[in-house]
Design a protein around this ligand. Sequence first.
Ligand code: ACM
Length: 268
Amino acid sequence: MKAGFVQFSPEFGKVDENIDKAMALIEKADAELIVLPELFSTGYLFVSVKEASNLAEEIPTGKTTKALCSIAKKKKIHIVAGVAEASQTKLYNSAVLVSPSGYIATYRKLHLFNEEKLWFQKGDDGFAVYDIGPCKIGMMICFDWYFPESTRILALKGADIICHAANLVLPYCQDAMITRCLENRVYAIVANRTGEEKRGDKKWRYTGKSQISSPDARVLYRASDEADETGIVEIDVSLARNKRINKYNDLFNDRRVEHYSDLIEPSS
Ligand code: ACM
């Protein structure tokens, strides 16, 4: 199957323009699965809860999810995209999965980064895997990559492809995801944004270099750090489903889980 990402530089607060830009890029993409960056329609660098609240949308009735559903239907594709979610009185940094037949699911970011903790609630629904036909996908958002448990759990639940919506500001993720893919035998699509945001006295530069890496630790595509770019590759799902390393070793069956309980509650 063909899968990939769309990388661009959303303009803070310009939801309609950002949606139009993303739709135009998706329109031209020849793939069955496309991943968009974190918070792609609002921008990232909020300065108050009020501002985040004004820009966040309900899922799936908000305009961002509706636009994604409409292009997914038109192009007969699946899309994963980062959305600022309003749910009753709470705000979440979320990702949606939509299909040709409409909205499927929301993932709420578990590991919030930096000042995100001031605007968003921590996700409380955990990680889930979805069978989209040609493959099974799992979603995670940006800083989740720093916690190897995120990819591991998705892989153990059967994900073939990790769809990773990101607004990366640190330089480590792209290289780290190569190892995440190797140690879990999965593909990862990191859809990062580019550009700079200046809000009040705050300034972030996003690192671009969106990337698709393979279960055998190859970088199948790495984008530039500045340009709008669509990266699409051919994915061999069977490679992600084969967890055998050699005649004697199996990546999942060889785990010694009886010795891993310190991961949950370390003993001194
Ligand atoms: C991040 O989690 N957006 C760095």
